[in-house]
Design a protein around this ligand. Structure first.
Ligand code: K7E
Ligand code: CUA
Ligand code: CA
Length: 639
């Protein structure tokens, strides 16, 4: 972009942005040298951290070839139904993890193994082929990510997926019963009863749309309800649900495991948007996790429809007495969006959306209320301060500052939480707004490096802008969204980079790269169908049912050809016996609509009916060897 074009863009967006660009450029001249020369092997893993503030080429995000990023980002892929893995600060997309939607690259939704994770109908076809991921979070230990799992939601079909972070693959998907529009998720960070369990064992899920429960075709609007669900992080089974008044949106959890919360924008139980915004205040609803689990143990629950999941009553009426209440409704201004836990473990912050405010709720006071020590629940609100127009989500830098997106103002506002509390308490000299930065444009989610952990490090802030407008080359009516990277290491925020992303990105997390230790190869033992020796290959017939066992080792499959008869019901199993990292093979079956990839020591299988006679060249689809093009096997289907 030329200086002139920059000016034009600045002029269009109003104040200040050009001066931020200049600030970044100046910082790069004054700062520490970011990238040190690394002799020899370009793929050596120890990449120097580009020091925020010491920017290379004025943006701090450029890595030299062979240098590695210092942070991982796990991004929701929106209605692509996947999770994306980014390296930061470069912003390079390094992986996509298919979850809810088939993916032709690896054969997700084609292999039997992936179909089993995704869920099938009686005829073996996929139950769902669309998904809409919004929120992604990872499992915790001691208040920081432990590299075991990530979790992601599918809003459309009310499913939660788990991703194994040793292989960066989705290994389980669970559909929540009696829920529609499943939105927020958050793993717990400890057990409320057993202090030895200082890691994630549950994931909480917010049901956004109220529906008849059970939803069996009788439309009596007065009975629409929403459920808040708890999923077991290991078994991925739904442990329990809470039937609430109003709805759920985003979810947050406390560091001690005692509280989970969801913001509610539809306490009105409206069915049209006008109804949903008729009240001046909605709520942030708290769940007393230990009491709910006790109630389930004591049999104080119901079940609905076909579901066997225990559902406890979290309505206002059933929870008036604080000493026995399972839920607590703190009222917050109009149609809030986003509830986020501060890294000092003290506060949840609700962003106002239709109110220009941020609400700070002190968790110790909510617990006091449950203990009967706080008379008025709403006095757990320790600040409610003006931030700007359309506040949506909040991130933290670990130095007491919060960063909130302002959708309507197209800004990020940096504000100091303790100053906001002082201001709210009457000290009008307390200046809580620290900085504002224009972003391009209409930001939704934002998150800072390590933000919702005890190890928040205040280095980078990424902002998911819902509109990119003029920021990228025009490509027709559908523009990419704009993921922006901001340096938050100083007093003032500094915009570092624009990154185009496929829609519709929502939430994401950014964490230090040494918190995960991905494996480079599978083990044969992980796959019950593994073919451990090429000598076990062959065609094994049992009437019409035929099993084809095949292995791959560059540059050949274990059988040069094999024969089938028309009408055979075939299961083809392929084990990749190459043990070297990155040496994957793919296999395509022309005219049979089959393609999938097997990574080193991985096994995958497909089922098909050999209904088309002829000669078919099965070929390797991953360029694996100088003889990759020659890596084929002939399938002969006899008429
Ligand atoms: Cu997390 Cu995008 Cu679903 Cu806010 S929501 S923007
Ligand atoms: Cu194997 Cu290409
Ligand atoms: Ca409302």
């Amino acid at each position: 972009m030329s200086q002139d074009e920059k000016l034009t863009t600045s002029a269009r967006t109003g104040i200040g942005r050009r001066s931020f660009i200049n600030t970044a450029a100046i910082a790069s001249l004054a700062g520490v040298v970011a990238c040190t020369e690394k002799p020899g092997n370009a793929a050596a893993p120890a990449a120097p951290a580009p020091t925020a503030g010491g920017h290379d080429a004025g943006n701090g995000t450029h890595l030299k070839p062979g240098e590695l990023d210092t942070y991982y980002g796990l991004w929701s892929g929106g209605h692509n139904g996947d999770m994306r893995v980014l390296g930061l600060p470069s912003g390079r997309e390094i992986h996509r993890i298919p979850c809810f939607v088939p993916d032709a690259l690896v054969g997700w939704g084609i292999t039997n193994e992936s179909k089993k994770v995704m869920g099938t109908k009686a005829d073996g076809s996929l139950k769902y082929t669309v998904g809409d991921t919004h929120h992604t979070h990872a499992s915790y230990k001691d208040g920081n990510y432990d590299g075991r799992y990530a979790f992601i939601n599918d809003k459309i079909n009310a499913r939660i997926a788990r991703i194994r972070l040793d292989y960066f693959v989705c290994d389980k998907i669970t559909e929540l019963p009696n829920v529609q529009g499943f939105h927020g998720i958050f793993p717990d960070k400890a057990d409320p009863v057993d202090p030895k369990i200082n890691y994630t064992t549950r994931v909480f899920c917010g049901g956004e749309f109220a529906i008849p429960v059970p939803n069996t075709g009788t439309d009596d609007g007065s009975k629409y309800r929403s459920l808040f669900s708890c999923v077991d992080a290991e078994s991925m089974e739904v442990r329990w649900q809470v039937m609430i008044d109003g709805n759920c949106d985003l979810v947050a959890t406390s560091y001690d495991g005692k509280l989970a919360a969801t913001n509610q924008y539809n306490v009105e139980n409206g069915v049209h948007y006008e109804d949903m915004m008729s009240a001046e205040r909605d709520a942030c609803l708290f769940f007393n996790v230990a009491r709910i689990e006790q109630a389930v143990k004591d049999g104080k629950f119901k079940t609905y429809g076909d579901s066997k999941v225990p559902v406890v009553d979290g309505s206002h009426d059933a929870n008036k007495d604080p000493k026995t209440a399972l839920t607590a409704y703190v009222t917050v201004p109009k149609n809030p969006h986003g509830v986020n836990a501060s890294p000092d473990a003290k506060y949840f912050i609700c962003a106002g959306k239709l109110s220009p405010t941020g609400t700070v709720i002190e968790l110790a006071k909510v617990l006091d209320w449950f203990d009967g020590k706080l008379e008025k629940l709403d006095s757990a609100i320790v600040a409610e301060v003006e931030l700007g127009l359309g506040p949506l989500h909040t991130a933290f830098d670990g130095r007491g500052n919060a960063y909130t997106t302002l959708f309507l103002d197209s800004q990020v506002v940096k504000w100091n939480v303790e100053a906001a509390i002082k201001f709210h308490a009457g000290d009008k000299s307390a200046k809580y707004v620290v900085d504002r930065l224009d972003v391009q444009y209409q930001p939704g989610h934002l998150n800072a490096s390590q933000s919702e952990t005890r190890a928040a490090d205040g280095k980078y802030l990424a902002v998911g802008c819902k509109f990119s407008k003029d920021r990228f080359l025009p490509v027709g009516p559908l523009h990419p969204e704009n993921e922006q990277l901001i340096d938050i290491s100083g007093e003032k925020m500094v915009l570092l980079a624009d990154h185009p992303v496929r829609g519709e990105p929502h939430d994401f997390i950014i964490f230090k790269r040494d918190l995960v230790r991905p494996k480079q190869v599978y083990t044969l033992e992980e796959f019950p169908l593994a073919i451990k020796d090429p000598k076990e290959s062959g065609v094994f017939r049992n009437g019409k049912k035929v099993t084809v066992k095949l292995t791959s080792q560059a540059p050949a499959f274990s059988m040069r050809e094999f024969k089938l008869k028309k009408g055979d019901e075939v299961t083809l199993i392929l084990t990749n016996l190459d043990k070297v990292e990155d040496l994957s093979h793919g296999i395509a079956i022309p005219k049979y609509n089959v393609q999938f990839v097997v990574n080193p020591l991985e096994t995958a299988s497909v089922n098909f009916v050999a209904d088309k006679p002829g000669v078919f060249w099965l070929y390797c689809t991953n360029f694996c060897h100088a003889l990759h093009l020659e890596m084929r096997t002939r399938m002969v289907v006899e008429a």
